[in-house]
Design a protein around this ligand. Structure first.
Ligand SMILES: *Cc1c(COP(=O)(O)O)cnc(C)c1O
Length: 426
């Protein structure tokens, strides 16, 4: 396949201004400004806003207090005193920065202890820490795959999995969302090539789960290696919150490469990969995003160890989250608000056009709720949405208030002329 550039393509005409057919080298920053203006016209500008204060499920933005439905802190751990204490104690011992990469003195007791805790939790032989989930995915895919190999991925996978395949230079085939038959057809086109099938466990903008059991069976018959990115499943699903793979009853043999992040349900930052000693030893040697980067601060690793314990052994947090999810879904149905088919913390409300999604988000903000609009290219064209993220921090009354505001905002949009909402089937 031909990989598309990450930024929108330019028509050649724009680049050949100048007399007598003379080629004028385009100015990169001018071009950036042009793209910016185009994005603004299409209601696609992203906006960077500073949060002034966070307290539980509340945030202060622009001097206004908002109930936050945009956070990935699903279990309410980001401000937990036990994490803050672990961080403070470790910082007093080590200072702040690790001051080196893992292989050059940056790997401390705390990192080793966290890797052991993560391997135990997920039932895998070994674990390896990465500084972010984005880097973990780039590192794994580029360490495993080369130009002769094939990587098959769900179309709705996280950007970092897509970029990992690009970086590896392998053939990338993307199958329609959750379509196991299409994935099989794609694998069958390259029966002799080494193959990785990579999928999100829980899809980050839809909230639904990958058909893991079917994908495991497919990978076994096709002799492909399966990798699951469980950024939104870890802590939320499965026994002791061990994630979507554990919930599906799948073993190490079924899912040999499991990756998850530490910045979502665990409330800290960073990521890890778990698997066999062969996998982890190979990544230590070959994953460039592990080798050539400063290790995460040891104090963060200490805070994450505390988070793992709470996530595993305080199941009431998962129960509270699932209560909020059920409450939200029942309340949405009662009010005629169409939701995507999700039973996780991610509960998107599909709007359609980007401008309408922005308008709905602004109406909610006016009413005291922070629910940002998610627009293309993060989601497919015409599928802009409000990504409602629920948390153990939300009380029933918080969810109820959101539902009322959401119902009013969606009604206002759908009664507007040329309603972008009308194509949504219930
Ligand atoms: C957030 C996310 C990542 C990236 O993780 P970071 O640690 O934030 O870089 C990767 N994959 C999925 C599915 C994610 O949701």
């Amino acid at each position: 396949m031909i990989l598309r550039p990450l930024t929108p393509a330019f028509s050649p005409n724009e680049q050949t201004i100048g007399g007598e057919g003379a080629q004028v080298r385009p100015d990169l920053l001018d071009r950036l400004a042009t793209v910016h203006a185009e994005r603004a016209r299409a209601s696609l500008l992203r906006r960077l806003r500073a949060v002034e204060e966070v307290e539980g499920a509340q945030v202060w933005i622009g001097g206004k207090r908002l109930l936050n439905f945009a956070s990935n802190d699903y279990l309410g751990l980001a401000q937990h005193p036990a994490l803050v204490e672990a961080l403070t104690i470790a910082a007093a011992r080590w200072g702040v920065g690790a001051s080196a990469a893992h292989l050059l003195g940056g790997h401390r007791d705390e990192h080793a202890a966290l890797e052991e805790a993560l391997a135990r939790w997920t039932g895998r032989e070994r674990a390896l820490l990465f500084s972010t989930g984005y880097m973990a995915n780039l590192g794994v895919l580029s360490a495993l795959l080369g130009p002769k190999d094939v990587c098959v991925q769900d179309k709705l996978n996280h950007a970092s999995l897509l970029d990992g395949a690009r970086l590896a230079g392998c053939e990338l085939q993307r199958y329609p969302h959750a379509d196991v038959y299409a994935a099989r057809r794609q694998l069958e086109t390259r029966p002799d090539a080494a193959a990785l099938l990579a999928t999100d466990g829980v899809f980050s903008m839809d909230g639904d789960l990958a058909p893991l059991v079917e994908l495991v069976a497919l990978c076994k018959t096709q002799h492909a290696t399966l990798m699951v990115d469980d950024a939104h499943g870890l802590g939320v699903l499965g026994p002791e919150g061990a994630g979507s793979v554990a919930e599906a009853g799948l073993s190490h043999d079924d899912v040999p490469i499991l990756m998850a992040t530490l910045g979502k349900a665990l409330g800290v930052a960073g990521a890890f990969v778990v698997g066999s000693a062969t996998l982890i030893d190979g990544l230590v040697q070959g994953a460039r995003t592990f080798i050539y980067t400063t290790s995460m601060p040891p104090a963060l690793a200490a805070a994450t160890c505390a988070a793992v314990d709470i996530a595993r052994f305080e199941p009431w947090r998962r129960d509270a989250l699932m209560c909020a999810v059920r409450h939200f879904r029942v309340g949405a149905a009662e009010r005629g608000i169409a939701l995507l088919d999700s039973r996780t913390a991610i509960q998107p409300v599909l709007i359609g056009e980007s401008a309408a999604a922005l308008q709905t988000s602004a109406a909610l903000e006016e009413a005291g709720f922070f629910v940002p609009a998610i627009r293309p290219p993060t989601v497919p064209a015409g599928q802009a949405r409000l990504r409602v993220a629920l948390s153990a921090l939300h009380r029933e009354s918080d969810v109820e208030r959101l539902l009322d505001a959401l119902g009013a905002a969606v009604r206002a949009i759908s009664s507007a002329p040329h309603s972008p909402y009308e194509h949504i089937s219930e």
